[in-house]
Design a protein around this ligand. Structure first.
Ligand code: AMP
Ligand code: MG
Length: 503
């Protein structure tokens, strides 16, 4: 077993990454320069060429002998300015004034081919001033889950932070047991969270709110410069992005499971993968997180949790909305009141696509709810049931695939009759509709047991399953030969997998 090297070797360049200092504008009191504590004996587990492309790095970097050292924080690319930022947050409803990047270190920002910024963060490369009592490390288990789910989300077309790749180390990290240490490189246009604004607000550093808002607006909402009410419009757009994100999660049965305000991206990205899961059997009360027995962040609660989180952001940014506190509250309330209708609109449009409906009918919502109720009663698998629905046609061919997913076939069959009736009002022919439905209903999602199998093999030194899963989930809508097992129901042993916040 090696020891963490105390010094970091700078390298001339890594790939063609060119770091720019885009911290300019982010208030000094929100950031600290830090030195990564390298992970010893880093070995590459997996690399995502798709993320490399996204950040304008040649995917051939996968074969760069420097790559493991780069991902382990042992070598810093030229121009990197390692930085950690401070944020606060409401965790399970309770305000925590001091959180921050406790184990994430931004190397700096690069530009992609469109000039769009990407912030590159090492996650698991040591303590920062915001680590509190924790060790600044990440374990292989949670790092594989974050890597795979980031890339799976991107494959589904759902906004997310990305993962360039991960390494495993000889260092053992204490969690419930001793586990292999690991690190990944996370990439996102911005890692700024709702909690950054809460940090400033609760410290009553109101003069920093504008710079912190402008920092994000300048880089990510450039169309708002010169707007007559830029902050109002910005918060409206953040509300829309957040509602849209949750609608997309609901449509694929994704449960984030730790929807604290510090885990809410200001860009509406899925961020901070912890004890998340894609549902197997449909159960609106489902949460995979054993640390959340009350189900605060269960599937059915995500829209409300996100709205509540957004209300915390509004609270923290009220001074931006008007100098007159009463007027600020009035404007903020107006934006907040639009959250649920916006969410509902987005959700309905997602569900309509899942059912292959091009036109809108007043009865559609009850048709959808009815299906979900029957799925819940039958314990039908969420992903498989919707995918099977893609095979249903007007003449009844293909019905069995769908009906077979239900314990109560009669219940499924009577719903199907109503659905077929509804299809009569649709202009598209079966074939066109089926093809489009296959783009809205994935065949493959990152089921908990699939990730678990990849973790167990990787822990034993075999990384091929991580790569296989990553490749599969990059194209979740395409039937892939020889991969049918990955669309199957979870095996019995999957019941025993316990997920917690420990990572
Ligand atoms: P999370 O529950 O993972 O969203 O993390 C909540 C807070 O704890 C964030 O500020 C994290 O940066 C921090 N944190 C979590 N795990 C660690 C760790 N192993 N070392 C340092 N900070 C951590
Ligand atoms: Mg977090």
């Amino acid at each position: 077993m090696g020891h963490a090297r105390k010094t970091i070797d700078p390298v001339a360049r890594f790939g063609a990454l060119r770091f720019e200092d885009r911290w300019d504008g982010l208030p000094d009191s929100l950031r600290s320069r830090v030195e990564p504590t390298p992970l010893p004996d880093a070995e590459l587990v997996d690399f995502s060429p798709a993320t490399a492309e996204a950040i304008n790095l040649d995917p051939a970097a996968a074969a760069d002998p420097e790559l493991p050292a780069f991902l382990a924080g042992q070598r810093l690319p030229q121009g990197a300015a390692p930085t950690a930022t401070a944020y606060a947050g409401h965790q399970f409803g309770n305000f925590v004034p001091q959180l921050g990047d406790g184990r994430a270190i931004s190397l700096g920002q690069v530009s992609d081919r469109f000039g769009q910024p990407w912030d590159l963060q090492l996650k698991g490369c040591g303590r920062t001033p915001y680590s509190r009592w924790a060790d600044g490390r990440a374990v292989l288990r949670s790092t594989i889950r974050e890597h795979l789910c980031s890339e799976a989300m991107a494959g589904l077309g759902i906004p997310t932070t990305r993962s360039l790749g991960l390494v495993v180390s000889s260092e053992r990290i204490q969690r419930e047991t001793l586990e292999p240490g690991a690190a990944l490189l996370r990439a996102a246009p911005s890692h700024i969270r709702f909690g950054h604004y809460e940090y400033v607000f609760y410290r009553q550093e109101y003069e920093l709110l504008k710079p912190l808002a402008d920092y994000v607006i300048t880089q990510h909402f450039p169309h708002l410069r010169g707007h007559r009410a830029p902050y109002r419009q910005w918060l409206t757009e953040v509300m829309e992005l957040t509602a849209w994100l949750v609608a997309q999660w609901q449509a694929v049965g994704f449960v984030h499971a730790v929807l604290n305000t510090d885990n809410m991206s200001i860009l509406g990205l899925t961020i901070d993968y912890g004890p998340f899961a894609f549902m197997d059997a449909y159960d609106p009360k489902f949460t995979p997180n054993h640390s959340d027995p009350a189900g605060r962040y269960a599937y059915e609660n995500q829209p409300l949790a996100a709205e509540w989180n957004f209300s915390r952001l509004l609270q923290a940014t009220l001074p931006l909305l008007s100098d007159d506190p009463e007027e600020a509250v009035e404007i903020g309330t107006h934006i907040l009141d639009r959250f649920q209708p916006e969410y509902q609109r987005q959700y309905n449009s997602q569900m309509r696509a899942k059912l292959g409906l091009k036109t809108a009918d007043r009865e559609d919502e009850s048709l959808m709810d009815d299906l979900l109720e029957r799925m819940a009663a039958s314990g039908a698998d969420f992903t498989r049931s919707f995918r099977a629905l893609c095979q249903v046609s007007r003449d009844g061919r293909g019905d069995d695939f769908f009906l077979d997913e239900f314990a109560d076939r009669d219940a499924a069959s009577s719903w199907l009759a109503a659905y077929r009736q509804r299809l009569e009002a649709e202009p598209a022919d079966d074939r066109a509709r089926q093809l489009e439905m296959c783009r809205a209903n994935p065949a493959y999602v990152l089921r908990t047991h699939l990730a678990q199998a990849a973790i167990e093999q990787a822990t034993a030194g075999d990384y091929t399953e991580v790569e296989r899963l990553r490749r599969l989930l990059e194209r979740p809508f395409d039937e892939q030969p020889d991969m049918a097992g990955y669309a199957a129901l979870p095996p019995d042993w999957a019941q025993g997998i316990e997920l917690s916040c420990s990572s």
